[in-house]
Design a protein around this ligand. Structure first.
Ligand code: ZN
Length: 143
């Protein structure tokens, strides 16, 4: 990864950390779950409004590190308006981008801002920070 690309990814993560999207508890949620990552101390609660297999709204609250918070913020943007199947596909892509075995090239024009998560895999201990919001999402679906 070039230094320029690395800086760009860094900027995206810092921006979402500073101004998290869809932040705050949802009063009328249909599903919720808490996630906890003991390695870093990240805590996060996710709130979903599902209508059939359609995700109408996603919000979160967190007391977590910048990577966790920005990953959660990006996730809410990705999931809003998606079907459950599309959400599953989006998670698969995030997991692949974070995989040190696959070591995939991310592409901002294809992946959107979640491409920035590819920069996280250099820091193995932080990968769980980035996946915590998604695990909380799946936990919320299961109830
Ligand atoms: Zn963390």
């Amino acid at each position: 990864m070039s230094d320029d690309l690395h800086d760009l990814y860094q900027d995206i993560i810092l921006d979402h950390n500073k101004r998290p999207r869809h932040y705050g508890a949802l009063a009328d949620y249909t599903h919720t779950a808490e996630g906890y990552n003991p390695i870093c101390g990240d805590k996060l609660t996710i709130f979903l409004v599902l209508n059939g297999d359609h995700i109408e709204a996603v919000q979160f609250e967190s007391a977590c590190c910048a990577i966790c918070k920005s990953s959660a913020s990006m996730m809410t943007e990705v999931l809003t308006g998606k079907t459950l199947a599309e959400a599953e596909t989006a998670f698969k892509r995030v997991a692949d981008l974070l995989s040190t075995e696959l070591n995939l090239e991310a592409d901002l024009s294809v992946d959107g801002e979640i491409a920035a998560l590819a920069g996280v895999r250099k820091f193995a201990a932080r990968i769980k920070c980035a996946t915590l919001p998604w695990h909380a999402y799946f936990a919320a679906l299961k109830g």
